[in-house]
Design a protein around this ligand. Structure first.
Ligand code: ATP
Ligand code: MG
Length: 724
């Protein structure tokens, strides 16, 4: 048999892995060393050479996209289609199993999957029916608790309450939630995994069936499996199955979501005689990029011993751009992208990576202005995010009470006791009388008959009226800020535990930033608020390239798993942002952030740009940060620093009085004001000049005052600043 097509594009170590005997194997290797490639070739090898039926293989990858990619690569290698191959994500495969064995799983045949929002809504209804006070318990906490227990494989009856009444109540809520789901035939994400595990564990026949079927089990990104996924896998492997897993301890970036890098060690204990194969040659990146990544990850203490090298040429240096602020950073990136595209490169070969979702807005705007199509990978564009739409819906109602979809969206968000029935009554009144829901609600609540409806709906209507009244004369960004504040959305999202709620709150603050820097077209005759709202609507609806269009890829560092790009930008590399503020004080957290950085760097094949901003307005606040400590962990020889262009700074040419004042006080300097210059204001105290615009009598400076941490724009000729 001719095995060359399968083996000839592999190095020795990879070939050893692909052709390994049918025994448990663990391929542990650094980024870009061909782990995924090995997995694909292993599957082809097993089918083509070992004669394993495609039905006898189970392959788990991290995303559906990766699974589709893997299937097509295997088909290319084998030159034939492989139906019947079980390949997918853990959730996808568990779901397939439950669909096939709904009876064994004790589910109705048409069971429904609920996503995390549905799940939360369900828990809220449960709270209401049990009359649980949301101020002592939040539905979000219970959701977190339930999913956490399920991820550990625990049902309510398995959890030790430790005699703690608090815990007893959590457990009993978990139980009630479970009863509701069971009655309604609903399955949440964590339940998919848990139940798929249970039907095998509790059903010897079924287990036997699958064990006989799957002789080989292949797993990619093994370092990020959680407890229940590992348990499911172990059950399936049994005594005769052959697990073949590939992973990289240095790329474990989901520990905050329950992933256990310890599984790499546990695997070797659970499967004695495991063959451990290391791949050490990196094929993805230039030597410069690889060495830089190695140098960064070397600062972590708890690592497995791995050495990654490459035959590639040194390639370009890594460019570090120190931007003045976030817009400057975005413009710089867009400028480089333009050059790159002009040279005939595909846009899809470039990626912009950021730590936090909220960073994307400025980048998106710069890309839209430059008419460069882009796509946000694995996430929503800024103005499409639920929390942003919620806030915008309030603003829309403030501007136009007739906006029914906004009315529907926020009438009971945050929850204010307006039930689905009430909304239905309003809706049908509006329908019958051909008026807006707002008018319908006014009519229904004012006729004195529907006291109950009035009690629940009136507070909402007065809230909107109050928003309109109180923000009438405010500046756009203050308007946005005040409406968000009155809406109680922040309090609402605070109850969402974990990262998600925090991200939503950050995004809301970012909306205020967006309003602050929004510059309406002077030709526009609408009010500023309306111009802003239509800008948001257009941004949400358009500009997003279709999936097949060649476009720049934007994504968070977390969602770039397994991917590679010739050109990569890592932006917002500032201490506090990356590493994230939360992780800085905690050594484990810092190590996870460093792995994420290693992970980001190793996505780049040829060109890597690292950017940071001295000043960044994020989440509605101005931050002044140091460049990320991770940048200084890259040896100087690999880096080329690109100095910032401070376009706004103008030498002082302003009114004589200020000029004199400057030259008296600023002895020795004839360039006038400098960015970063310390100044004193009679009323606001000491501060630092951040920005300077305009000329002559119109020169304005932006000053950050220490006392209030507030930033103000001042006209230089009136401000009477003392230079210090
Ligand atoms: P990650 O850790 O990021 O998941 P990985 O270890 O899975 O990376 P792959 O994505 O499989 O690495 O491979 C990285 C790149 O190197 C791919 O473009 C792949 O085609 C290429 N590559 C891997 N092995 C070889 C080889 N022997 N010859 C040529 N190219 C190779
Ligand atoms: Mg991979």
């Amino acid at each position: 048999m001719d095995v060359t097509p399968i083996l000839n594009s592999l190095n020795d170590a990879q070939r050893q892995a692909v052709t390994a005997p049918s025994e448990p194997a663990l391929v542990i290797a650094g980024a870009g060393s061909g782990k995924t490639r090995v997995l694909v070739h292993r599957a082809a090898w097993l089918i083509e050479v070992e004669g394993v039926s495609p039905q006898g293989l189970l392959a788990v990858t991290f995303t559906n996209k990766a699974a589709a990619e893997m299937r097509s690569r295997i088909e290319t290698l084998l030159k034939l289609p492989v139906q019947h191959l079980w390949i997918g994500t853990f959730h996808g495969l568990a779901h397939r199993m439950l669909r096939r064995h709904w009876q064994e799983a004790d589910l109705p045949q048409n069971f429904q999957i609920i996503d995390s929002d549905d799940q939360l809504r369900l828990i809220k209804r449960l709270f209401k029916s049990l009359e649980i006070d949301e101020s002592s318990w939040t539905p979000k906490e219970i959701q977190w608790f339930i999913n956490g227990q399920k991820d550990e494989g625990l049902r309510p009856e398995h959890i030790n309450d430790e005699g703690d009444p608090h815990r007893q109540q959590q457990i009993s809520l978990y139980k009630s939630y479970e009863d509701i789901c069971q009655r309604a035939g609903l399955v949440d994400f964590a339940e998919l995994l848990l139940r798929a595990h249970e039907i095998l564990r509790d059903n010897i026949e079924l287990l036997g069936l699958y064990r006989r079927r799957f002789q080989h089990l292949l797993v990619d990104e093994f370092q990020d499996t959680n407890a229940i996924q590992y348990a499911w896998l172990r059950l399936l492997v049994g005594d005769n199955g052959v697990p073949f897993v590939v992973g990289d301890d240095d790329q474990s970036i989901y520990q905050w979501r329950g992933a256990r890098v310890e599984h790499i060690h546990r695997f070797q204990k659970d499967f004695p005689g495991t063959q451990v194969i290391k791949l050490e040659q990196n094929y993805r990146s230039t030597r410069t990029i690889l060495n830089a990544a190695n140098a960064v990850i070397d600062n972590n203490s708890s690592r497995m011993d791995k050495h990654l090298w490459t035959e590639s040429a040194a390639g370009e240096t890594i460019k570090v751009y120190s931007a003045y602020n976030e817009s400057d950073e975005a413009n710089f990136i867009v400028g480089r992208l333009r050059d790159w595209i002009a040279q005939g490169n595909a846009r899809a070969d470039s990626a912009i990576l950021y730590r936090s979702n909220a960073q994307s807005r400025i980048l998106e705007e710069a890309l839209i202005n430059a008419r460069i199509p882009y796509k946000i990978y694995g996430g929503l564009r800024f103005f499409e995010r639920a929390e942003i739409k919620d806030a915008l819906a309030y603003l829309r109602l403030v501007s136009n009470r007739e906006d029914d979809s906004s009315f529907e969206r926020v009438v009971n968000k945050p929850t204010r006791g307006i039930g689905a029935r009430t909304v239905e009554i309003i809706r049908s009144y509006a329908r019958v009388n051909a008026c807006s829901m707002w008018r319908a609600a006014e009519a229904i609540t004012s006729d004195g008959v529907n006291g109950r409806i009035a009690n629940s709906v009136n507070p909402f209507m007065s809230l909107i009226e109050r928003m309109a009244r109180e923000t009438n004369s405010l500046e756009l960004h203050d308007k946005v800020d005040h409406v968000i504040h009155l809406s109680m959305l922040i309090e609402f999202f605070k109850k969402e535990k974990g990262e998600k709620g925090e991200i939503r709150i950050e995004n809301l603050a970012e909306l205020v930033s967006a309003a602050k820097s929004f510059e309406p077209d002077p030709a526009e005759e609408m009010s500023q608020l309306d111009t802003f709202l239509s800008h948001a609507a257009l941004e949400a609806g358009e500009g997003q390239a279709d999936a097949w269009e060649d476009c720049v890829q934007l994504m968070t560092m977390h969602s770039v798993k397994g991917l590679e790009f010739p050109l990569v930008f890592m932006c917002g590399m500032e201490d506090g942002l990356f590493p994230h503020q939360r992780s800085v004080a905690d050594p484990n957290g810092l190590e996870e952030e460093r792995r994420l950085c290693y992970f980001g760097i190793t996505r780049a094949m040829q060109s890597l740009y690292i950017t940071h901003a001295e000043q960044r307005r994020l989440h509605g606040k101005d931050n002044f940060s140091q460049p990320s400590r991770f940048i200084s962990e890259i040896p100087d020889e690999y880096i080329e620093e690109i100095r910032p262009r401070i376009r706004n700074a103008q030498p002082m040419q302003s009114s004589t009085s200020t000029q004199q004042r400057m030259s008296i006080d600023d002895a020795g300097s004839d360039v006038g004001i400098r960015l970063g210059q310390r100044v004193r204001h009679k009323k606001f105290g000491d501060g630092i000049i951040l920005n300077c615009e305009g000329q002559g009598a119109h020169t304005r400076v932006e000053v950050n005052f220490e006392l209030t941490s507030d930033t103000k724009w001042l006209v230089l000729s009136y401000a009477n600043l003392d230079l210090m």
